[in-house]
Design a protein around this ligand. Sequence first.
Ligand code: HEC
Ligand code: HEC
Length: 330
Amino acid sequence: MKKALKIFGIVLVGGILIVLAYVKFALPNVGDAPELKIEATPERVKRGEYLANHVTVCMDCHSTRDYSLFSAPLVPGTLGKGGELFNQQMGFPGSFTSKNITPAGIGDWTDGEIYRAITTGVSRDGHAFFPVMPYPYYGSMDDEDAKSIVAYLRTLKPIEHKPAESVADFPFNFILNTIPKKAVGGKRPADSDVLASGKYLVTMAACVECHTQVEQGQIIPEKMFAGGREFNMPSGVLITPNITPDKETGIGNWTKEAFIARFRSYADSTYKPHKVGPGEFQTIMPWTMYGGMSEQDLGAVYTYLMTVKPVKNLVPEKFKATASKTLTMR
Ligand code: HEC
Ligand code: HEC
């Protein structure tokens, strides 16, 4: 009996080791980077700039943000430089730093390698990125849009800067490898198909990630868009609002005009973000970036959001300041 148990134990440990070795060394498996030669037409560069700055907001995470101002706008001259930190204090299972995506950082990657990184979350050397970068959503990007973003990245001003390496904590360093999936691809709907356009834009912007409660890092499907996800900020806790069409607790009473106007107000040339002091309301909602979406696209986003399942979830306040006034945003 004892011997049988021992053998069982050895088999079990052996099995676990094989699984761990598989996860560590055979995954992620998303295939080789495609052979691509992306022609940087002016149309592509323009579309890529629009997406990277106003929809997929790559620049939101890959530039330096000024947290002394509301909505932490980008510091001029840092576009694509990388170095934004997502660490344990903020609730992440490790310390992850966004990378330099200017030509000084990824200039020697092939078009296919950058394309694969965006759409699957796998680096040039085959390692998996932490999915704070919403690549599981970018995986359903239209091929042409992904190419446009690559074309645009090539035009960024090269900035010499080497952000710190990312380090995932155990056991997340194993789990991480199971996240990247082969890109499924998608089709960008015609602008005239307002509902489908809205769905595409909301997916590319990954609005659902911040606006849904999570359980062990995974969004809770029944609560999609219903808000309540908490983010630790140096000045307090930020809680996302409900953006489902529920009339009492969501944005069901907002008109399309009010929705568009709210976003556009942050892109108005007269808009100057106010100073945010310690303990004052600060947000990670990239208002100034999404504000640059066209009225047509914002209208489509609204149209789509009005069709998602209304969920009753009252988020009484979107910010709870920490008691200590000595904390600063540094
Ligand atoms: C919410 C934040 C966020 C957004 C949005 C985001 N990224 Fe990232 N990105 C990161 C982080 C963090 C890493 C590093 C991940 C890691 O090391 O595990 C990263 C890594 C990368 C890398 C790997 C570079 C290298 O040297 O390894 C590329 C390329 C990249 N991002 C491009 C993009 C592009 C293009 C977009 C928009 C389509 C984008 N990212 C959107 C946070 C973001
Ligand atoms: C990085 C996280 C993040 C992402 C991504 C994000 N939001 Fe938000 N959003 C927030 C937070 C936090 C707030 C609450 C604080 C504030 O009002 O700025 C908010 C507020 C809002 C509000 C105001 C609701 C109210 O009741 O005042 C709307 C509308 C909204 N978001 C829509 C969107 C849409 C649409 C998208 C995608 C295009 C999106 N958000 C993506 C974090 C995010």
